[in-house]
Design a protein. Structure first.
Lengths: 485, 510
C-alpha cells in the first residue's frame, strides 16, 4: 500500500520517538554528557507528545495491515509518552550530576527507555499478531538492561536476569499461542481471527488453547497471578525510576493490546476463557493484596499492590461490554498517575544514587517532620491506591465497581470489596509510618531542594493532578469517552 | 449559596489552622474555635429564618427548606446537590456545637503538632456536615468515606495506646478504618445497583435522591440493596455483631476524637437510615424491621453488660453508646411518628451526654494519667466540681427525668409499644441495666477507698464552661423539647408515611 503524508502524520509520535533514539545515540557517540542526553530525550518526547494533536485529526487511520492509529491508540500513546517523560526526569535526578551519583555510564539509560517506549507505542497500535510480537519484544528487551542498570548491585543484576528469563518464557508461550491461532484461523490480523472464531460460534478447543497461551504470555508481563512470581524481586532490584517505568508505561502498553485484541474479537472471550480470566482476576486481587500485607520494603509492597490493581482492571476485562473499555482507560490513567507519584517519592528519596535505594519502610518513618511536602505527595498517592475519595484512585475504583455491577459480576465485585479492605491495611501502614515520631537513626533523605528540580516539579504536578481529578474528574472522563474502541 | 459554605467553612478553616501554626501554637486553636462558631452561627441563623415544614415525603417530589444544586460529573448525572430540612439542620447544629467543644477540650491536651491536629479535626467536621447535607448519593458516599481519613489520623497520631501496650492506637485506628471502609464499599455497590436499576427503567443515569426515590424495585432486589445500605450504617451506628471497632477506637482516641466519634459520627449512621435506607427501600425495610429491632434489643443488653464489665472508663462509655444506639435502632424501625421523634431527641441527647462524659474522662485522665477505674476510687472530695458534674451526666445517661435522654427514650418506648409490644417491654428493662453501669462507673471512680490522699487540681473556667454548658442544654432538652420536635416533625412525618404505608401493605399481604 502507498504511504501518504496522512500516514506519516498518524505515525508522527512513533517516528519522532525513533528519530530521537538515533539522535540521542549519535549524541552519546559524539560527546558523553549527562545533561545533553537528558535534554535531547526530553525534547524528543515532548515533540512526540505534541505530535499527537495533528495525529488526532487524521485518526482513525489504518497504516499498513500491522498498525491502526485511532483515538484509543493515541490515548495510550499519550499515557506512555507522559509516563516515560516522568520516568526520564526522575532518572535524571536519580543518576545525579558531577561526581555525586551513579558511577557508571549514565547516558545509555535514556536510550534504553526511549527504545522501550517506542516498543510500547507500536504495541498499543497493533492490530496484527506480528506487530504485537514486535512491539512486545521491543518493549521488553531494553527493560532487561534497564532493570540491571545498577549492575554493581547484586539485587539489580539478579532482578534483570530473572526478568529476562521469565519474560523469554512468556514470549515462548505467546508465540506458541499465536501459532495455534494461526493454524485455526489462517490469519494473523486481529479482525480476521475474530471473524474466524465467531464463524464457529464458540471458539474451538485449539483456538481456546491458543488464546489461553497468549493470555499466559501477556499475563507474565502484566504480572497477573499465577504468573506474578518475578514481580516483587524485579521491582525491588530495579533502580527506582526503572521500576516506575515498569509499573506504568510497560504495563499500560501490554494492557492496551490485550484490550484491543479481546475487543476486536469479542468471541474470543466467550466460553471457558472468560472463566479463566475471572479466576485470574480474583486470584490476582486476593493474592496480591495478601502478600503485600507483610512487606517491609516499599518497592516490593508496590509490586504486590500492582498485581492487585491489575486484578481489579481484569474485572472490567471480564465484563468486556457496556462501559468496560471506558472503565479500563480511566483506571489505567489513575493508576499511572498514582504509581508515578509513589515511585517518584522513592526515587527522590534515593537521589542521587548511592549504592542502594531508600526503599525500606523504616527510612520513611517520621518523614513528615523532615520533608512535609514530599510526605503530602506520598500520602495522596497511598490514599489514591486505596481508592479513598478526594483522590483520583477513587474515581477509578468507582468505575470498576460500576462495571462489575452493570455486568452482574457479583463474585468479582465482592472480591474487589474484600481486596480493597485488605489493601487499606497496608496502605495505611505506610501512610502512618510517615507521620510517626522521628527515629534517630542514620538515613538517606531527598535533597532539600528537591522541589525546585525537574523531578520534584513533575512530582508536585502529578500530585495536584491526582487531587484535582479526584475532586473534578469530568475532564478525564470526557477525554476517555472520546478514546473508545 | 449558604449550604456550600457550611461545608467549605470547616475545610478552609482547617487549612488556615494548619498554616497558622507558623505563628505559634495558640493561633490554630483560635482559628478552629472561630471556624466552628461560624458554623454554629450559620446553623442558628438558618434555624431562626427557615421554615421547616418542608421535608421529603412519599408520592411527591421532595421539597426542602434550602437547596443548592450545581453540575459536577455530567457523565454519570452526578451533581453537587445539597439540601436542608429539619433533621439535617438539627444534626448540623449538633456538629457545630460539638465542634466547638472538641476544640476547647483539646486546648491543653494536644501539645504536639497543633496545626495539623486542627486540620484533621476541622476536616472531619466538614465531612460530617457534607454527609448531613448531601442528597446526591454519590456525593453522600464521597463525604461518608472522606471523613474517615482525618479521623484515622486523629486516632493514630494523637491517641493513647492502652496501658498494657497490647492495643496500640494505630491498631485501633486501622481497625476503625477497615471496618467502615469495607462496609462503605458494600454501600457503594448497593448505590450503583440502585442507579443501574433506575437506568434500565428510565434510560437516565442519575444519582439524584429525588429521582431514585421513584425507582420501582422488585421484591428481592429491594431487599438486597437495602441490606447493602443497612450493613454500612450498621457498622457505623454500631449494631452488635459489627461493633467491635468502637470500643477500641474510643479508648485509644484523644478526647476530641471520642467526642466527635460518639457525638456525631455515630449519628451519621442513624441519619443515613432515616434519610436513605427507609425512604429508598420502604417495603424491604418494613419486612426487615423485626430483625432490626431484635438487633437493637441485643445491642441494648450486650452494650449494657459489657459496659458494666469494663475497667477502662472510656471503654465503659463506648459500650454505653452501643446500648443507647440500640434504642435508636428500635425507634427507627418502629414506624411510629412518636418513636421517630424520640429518635431525634435521643440522638441529640446522647450526643450531648456522651460528649460530656468523654470530656470529663479526658479531664480525669489529664489529672490522673490513667483511665483505669481500678486505679481511681475515693476521688469524690479530691477534685473540685468534677465528681458532682460526672454524677449529673451519669444520671442523664441512665435516662433520669428532666434530661433530654429521658424524653428521647420515653418517646421511643411509648411509640414503639403500639407496633412491637414485646420488644418494647424487654427493651424497657434494659433501662435498669443502664442505671447499673452508670452508677457503677460513678461508684468505682469517685467512691470507695481512696488510692491517694493528694488533692488534685480543680476544674478551671474553660473546663467548667464546657460541661456546664452541656448540662444546661441537656436539661433544656429535657424540660422543653418542643422547638426540637417542631423542627424535625415534618421530616419524621415523611419517614413515618413511607414506613407506615409499607407496614400496612405488608400486613395485608400476610
Amino acid at each position: 500500500m502507498d504511504l501518504t503524508i496522512q500516514h506519516f502524520i498518524a505515525l508522527a509520535p512513533l517516528l519522532i520517538t525513533s528519530i530521537t533514539i538515533v539522535v540521542v545515540m549519535l549524541g552519546i557517540a559524539w560527546r558523553r554528557n549527562h545533561s545533553q542526553s537528558f535534554l535531547l530525550t526530553v525534547a524528543g518526547l515532548n515533540l512526540a507528545l505534541l505530535s499527537i494533536y495533528p495525529a488526532l485529526k487524521v485518526a482513525p487511520l489504518v497504516v499498513t495491515p500491522l498498525l491502526q492509529i485511532d483515538t484509543f491508540a493515541l490515548l495510550y500513546i499519550g499515557i506512555i509518552l507522559v509516563s516515560t517523560l516522568a520516568c526520564v526526569t526522575l532518572a535524571h535526578a536519580y543518576l545525579g550530576e558531577g561526581k555525586a551519583g551513579y558511577p557508571g555510564n549514565r547516558e545509555e539509560l535514556y536510550l534504553l527507555i526511549l527504545l522501550s517506549a517506542a516498543g510500547g507505542m507500536v504495541l498499543v497500535a497493533a492490530q496484527h499478531l506480528a506487530s504485537l510480537f514486535i512491539g512486545l519484544e521491543l518493549l521488553s528487551v531494553p527493560v532487561y538492561g534497564l532493570v540491571a542498570y545498577a549492575f554493581f548491585n547484586k539485587r539489580s543484576l539478579e532482578g534483570g536476569i530473572k526478568y529476562m528469563v521469565l519474560s523469554a518464557a512468556g514470549s515462548a508461550f505467546l508465540l506458541f499461542g499465536m501459532a495455534l491461532l494461526y493454524a485455526e484461523s489462517g490469519s494473523l490480523g486481529f479482525g480476521e481471527i475474530g471473524k474466524a472464531i465467531a464463524a464457529t460460534g464458540l471458539p474451538s478447543p485449539i483456538a481456546s488453547l491458543g488464546l489461553g497461551m497468549m493470555l499466559v504470555g501477556l499475563g507474565f508481563k502484566l504480572s497477573l497471578v499465577p504468573f506474578h512470581l518475578w514481580t516483587p524481586d524485579v521491582y525491588e532490584g530495579a533502580p527506582a525510576p526503572v521500576a516506575a517505568f515498569l509499573a506504568t508505561a510497560s504495563k499500560v502498553a501490554v494492557f492496551g493490546v490485550l484490550v484491543r485484541l479481546f475487543q476486536i474479537s469479542p468471541a474470543a472471550t466467550s466460553g471457558v476463557l472468560s472463566d479463566v480470566m475471572s479466576v485470574i482476576a480474583v486470584a490476582s486481587i486476593l493474592i496480591g493484596n495478601l502478600l503485600a500485607l507483610t512487606q517491609n520494603n516499599l518497592k516490593r509492597l508496590l509490586g504486590y499492590s500492582s498485581i492487585a490493581h491489575f486484578g481489579y482492571i481484569m474485572i472490567a476485562m471480564v465484563a468486556s461490554k457496556g462501559m468496560a473499555v471506558e472503565a479500563i482507560n480511566v483506571y489505567l490513567v489513575t493508576y499511572v498517575l498514582t504509581s508515578l507519584g509513589a515511585f517518584g517519592v522513592i526515587t527522590l528519596m534515593s537521589s542521587p544514587y548511592s549504592g542502594r535505594d531508600a526503599d525500606a519502610m523504616f527510612e520513611y518513618r517520621g518523614l513528615f517532620w523532615r520533608r512535609p511536602y514530599l510526605t503530602a505527595v506520598l500520602t495522596v498517592m497511598m490514599l489514591s491506591l486505596a481508592g479513598i475519595p478526594l483522590t483520583t484512585g477513587f474515581i477509578g475504583k468507582f468505575y470498576i465497581i460500576a462495571t462489575g455491577v452493570e455486568a452482574h459480576l457479583w463474585w468479582l465485585t465482592g472480591s474487589l470489596v474484600v481486596g480493597s479492605a485488605i489493601g487499606v491495611f497496608y496502605y495505611l501502614r505506610v501512610m502512618v509510618t510517615l507521620y510517626l515520631q522521628d527515629s534517630k537513626i542514620q538515613r538517606h533523605d531527598a535533597p532539600f531542594n528537591w522541589a525546585q528540580r525537574a523531578g520534584g516539579v513533575m512530582l508536585l504536578g502529578i500530585t495536584l493532578l491526582a487531587f484535582f481529578l479526584g475532586v473534578y474528574p469530568q475532564p478525564l472522563l470526557t477525554l476517555v469517552q472520546h478514546a473508545g474502541l | 449559596m449558604i449550604l456550600p459554605w457550611l461545608i467549605l467553612i470547616p475545610f478552609i478553616g482547617g487549612l488556615l489552622c494548619w498554616q497558622g501554626e507558623r505563628f505559634g501554637p495558640t493561633l490554630p486553636r483560635w482559628i478552629a474555635l472561630i471556624t466552628m462558631s461560624l458554623l454554629t452561627g450559620l446553623g442558628l441563623y438558618l434555624w431562626s429564618t427557615g421554615t421547616y415544614t418542608y421535608a421529603p415525603a412519599p408520592g411527591v417530589d421532595p421539597t426542602w427548606a434550602v437547596e443548592f444544586k450545581a453540575q459536577w460529573i455530567q457523565r454519570f448525572g452526578i451533581s453537587v446537590h445539597l439540601a436542608l430540612d429539619g433533621l439535617s439542620l438539627l444534626m448540623i447544629l449538633l456538629t457545630g456545637l460539638l465542634g466547638i467543644l472538641s476544640v476547647l477540650c483539646s486546648w491543653k491536651e494536644i501539645q504536639r503538632n497543633v496545626g495539623f491536629f486542627h486540620l484533621n479535626l476541622m476536616w472531619i467536621l466538614g465531612g460530617v456536615v457534607g454527609v448531613f447535607l448531601a442528597i446526591d448519593l454519590f456525593m453522600f458516599f464521597f463525604f461518608w468515606e472522606m471523613m474517615l481519613v482525618p479521623m484515622y489520623f486523629l486516632i493514630a497520631l494523637w491517641g493513647h495506646s492502652s496501658a498494657d501496650g497490647k492495643k496500640t492506637r494505630i491498631y485501633a485506628a486501622t481497625k476503625f478504618f477497615i471496618f467502615t471502609q469495607a462496609s462503605g464499599l458494600i454501600m457503594l455497590v448497593a448505590i450503583l445497583g440502585l442507579v443501574l436499576v433506575h437506568f434500565n427503567q428510565t434510560g437516565v443515569i442519575t444519582f439524584s435522591y429525588a429521582d431514585l426515590l421513584k425507582t420501582k424495585l422488585s421484591h428481592s432486589t429491594e431487599y438486597i440493596l437495602m441490606l447493602g445500605f443497612f450493613i454500612a450504617f450498621a457498622v457505623k451506628l454500631p449494631i452488635v455483631p459489627l461493633h467491635s471497632w468502637l470500643p477500641d477506637a474510643h479508648a485509644q482516641a484523644p478526647t476530641a476524637g471520642s467526642v466527635d466519634l460518639a457525638g456525631i459520627l455515630l449519628k451519621t449512621a442513624a441519619y443515613g437510615l432515616l434519610r436513605f435506607a427507609l425512604p429508598l427501600f420502604p417495603n424491604a425495610s418494613a419486612e426487615f424491621a423485626p430483625i432490626a429491632m431484635i438487633l437493637g434489643l441485643i445491642g441494648i443488653f450486650y452494650g449494657a453488660f459489657l459496659a458494666f464489665a469494663q475497667t477502662d472508663i472510656k471503654r465503659l462509655i463506648a459500650f454505653s453508646s452501643v446500648s443507647h444506639m440500640g434504642f435508636v435502632l428500635i425507634g427507627i424501625y418502629s414506624g411510629s411518628q412518636q418513636a421517630l421523634q424520640g429518635v431525634v431527641v435521643q440522638m441529640l441527647a446522647h450526643g450531648l451526654s456522651a460528649a460530656a462524659l468523654f470530656i470529663l474522662s479526658g479531664q480525669l485522665y489529664e489529672r490522673l494519667h490513667t483511665r483505669d477505674m481500678r486505679e481511681m476510687g475515693g476521688l469524690w472530695n479530691k477534685i473540685a466540681y468534677l465528681p458532682a458534674i460526672s454524677l449529673f451526666f451519669a444520671a442523664a445517661s441512665l435516662g433520669l427525668p428532666g434530661t433530654g435522654n429521658f424524653v428521647g427514650e420515653f418517646l421511643i418506648l411509648i411509640g414503639s409499644f403500639v407496633s412491637a409490644p414485646w420488644i418494647t417491654a424487654i427493651a424497657t428493662s434494659g433501662l435498669v441495666f443502664g442505671s447499673v453501669y452508670s452508677l457503677i462507673m460513678i461508684h468505682r471512680a469517685y467512691f470507695g477507698p481512696a488510692k491517694t490522699e493528694e488533692i488534685l487540681k480543680g476544674m478551671d473556667g474553660r473546663e467548667l464552661i464546657m460541661v456546664l454548658g452541656l448540662a444546661v442544654l441537656l436539661v433544656l432538652l429535657g424540660i422543653y423539647p418542643q422547638p426540637v420536635l417542631d423542627t424535625s416533625s415534618a421530616t419524621m412525618h415523611g419517614v413515618q408515611q413511607w414506613l407506615g404505608t409499607a407496614f400496612t401493605q405488608l400486613a395485608s399481604a400476610r
